[in-house]
Design a protein around this ligand. Sequence first.
Ligand code: SAH
Ligand code: SF4
Length: 362
Amino acid sequence: MKTNLNQLSKEELILFLQSLGQKPYRVNQIINWIYKKNTTSFDDMTDLSKDFRERLQTAAFISNPVLLKREVSKDGTQKFLFELEDGETIESVLIPNNRGDDCFTLCISSQVGCASGCKFCMTGRLGLKRNLKAHEIVDQVIAVKRFISQISEIPGMLSLKPEGKTDKITNIVFMGMGEPFNNFNEVSHALSILTELVGFSKRSITVSTSGIVPSIYKLAEINPVANLAISLNATTDEIRNRIMPINKKYPLKKLIKACREFPLPPTRRITFEYVLLGEINDTREDAQRLVNLLIGIKSKVNLIPFNPFFNSSEFKQPTESKTQEFQNLLKKAGLTVIIRKSMGADISAACGQLKATYQVIK
Ligand code: SAH
Ligand code: SF4
């Protein structure tokens, strides 16, 4: 069976190359081709001898998900629908940083579907189909990088010059489909490939969780640690149990304790995401309880007004004034808080709207 080079760590790649009779230093050439030049074909690796390329061809391959569909939102957000080897589909979302620098944050998926079942989330309604392998997580990044490098202009977007293109993705967030901490080993392997081989710094990567407490402690052991984001979304167990069933297993007290104990590097903070659901968790009392919960934690709060999707009528978007009032109350208490704009909502690419369905139009 051929070896997929994209699932190997640097050490494993060296061993593999040695098994083909190559010197360890060759590993840097391979890494450069796969992760910097985003190539999928050994034929393109022109600085390797013909004989070596032929041996690679026989013994290995470079995985590459099929891009089934790409949609571009009017705000410049792009949604990529990928097909995996077994026919399952996942989505990744490329979001402009809007800092005038023509750079992006890439939101990636860690599972096909999700078992956590948060009531306000489209992905949660799908249930879990399967975990992604580490290479399927990393391949989303490489495939989008490759896509960016192959085009010089995207309709309706800033022009993307071919040079310097691989640096266009400045941040990676595990906020696509799935609960990364229910797939900890593969996510952690993907984190090492992304940092050691693709070249992202740990501080440019954020892992977002609905609160799988044991995995928060496990993430803390990976050093230096990636950024942690917690989807808090409620300030009492009663409300959280109702909208996030995972809270019954890991209630607020345990979750907040794990956050307090998380070993944050000096200049970093934990991000707390709070989906504002009209008349459910958007009151002044909620804001006050949120302030109390976060006392003593180096934090920043992202308020995300609920993004509706098909069949989500049990939830309402918060009113503009409620959203503003909620933010002001947190700010007054000294918290850093932003209202996260729902980028890509017109193409169902905003938080909680991912479902990765593909209809063949006949
Ligand atoms: N499973 C992980 C990461 C993916 S969800 C987690 O839950 O953290 C990414 C973010 O989208 C989470 O903060 C989640 O609370 C938010 N979200 C889910 N559904 C949403 C919706 N319909 N509207 C707005 N935000 C939503
Ligand atoms: Fe899963 Fe996150 Fe959606 Fe909850 S919010 S169902 S954990 S993807």
